[in-house]
Write a protein that binds this ligand. Sequence first.
Ligand code: UFG
Length: 331
Amino acid sequence: MAILVLGGAGYIGSHTVYQLIDAGRDVVVADNLETGYRAAVHPDAVFYEGDIRDRAFVDSVFEKETIEGVIHFAANSLVGESMTDPLKYYDNNLCGTKVLLESMVAHGIDKIVFSSTAATYGEPERVPILETDTTEPTNCYGETKLSMEKMFKWTSQAHGLRFVSLRYFNACGAHVSGSIGESHKPESHLIPLILQVPNGQREHISIFGDDYDTKDGTCVRDYIHVTDLAQAHVLAMDYLMRGGESSIFNLGNGIGFTVKEVIDTARMVTGHPIPAKVAPRRAGDPARLIASSEKAKHILGWKPEHADLKHIIETAWKWHKAHPDGFAREK
Ligand code: UFG
């Protein structure tokens, strides 16, 4: 019996495959390699190249392999792009998930863990954010993820499937081995952009706004190591296998760091001065996003093990220094 990881060639998906294989599980990966990389797939995983919107492809994987549960990362996830090309997000994130669920129901596969996001909350009513707080996405990416959660809810009621939705805060860092890490093209996330400066690929980092109502005026985020996120997927699948009911969990460290604090930590880790320039605010950025992850700790037994920001940036630096251009696109 294997776990099927959809999007297992992407950033968080590939780290989850490593955690599953470390835990002794058989893993099948399916990925369309639009944003993922073949080289990110663990060598011990069985790999299929294909798209979840293709029902015949999804059916064929369920027919060839003995799958006991699905972990679903196969989605587009750029906030800015979701605002300029919303239908791409409806097509891949929602239509793709609909096809997947149809195929799961037809094949009697009843357990799924999937990646959701802090973007489902929009501008938070308070921090730390609880799973029961208001969800009012301020971008199309968050809207599609919230709609996916609702699709799972209604499908589970009708067909008895059980799901866990994991709402990530700011995923970052890289596998401690240095063998896999973040490789987004184009890159839009703070830590990899900062590290492009000591890597000689960027003159300075822009700080998007220093007039927020925070301790130093820059935005506060809850940075969570990708391996800790990955481990939560392993625990969530175990929880469903034990008979756990459908549920939604936040995943963060519960500690907020400002953009300036992240830059200072990267200066310390890399020994590079990393010049920074204040730029205008980026549209749609909430001032503060911090998770309460008490529910995941209590119910899943999850415990972040890479919570220290310096350690997070050290793992990211190890990866980016050795792979300044990330993974190579093979096709
Ligand atoms: N930032 C800068 N300069 C940069 C890049 C980012 O100052 O060059 C700032 C942003 O304004 C933000 C913080 O750094 O305040 C973090 O930005 P990221 O783009 O790294 O991450 P976001 O918080 O915007 O995005 C994260 C996830 C998304 C998710 C979103 C929810 O990456 O998937 O949280 O709001 F949708």
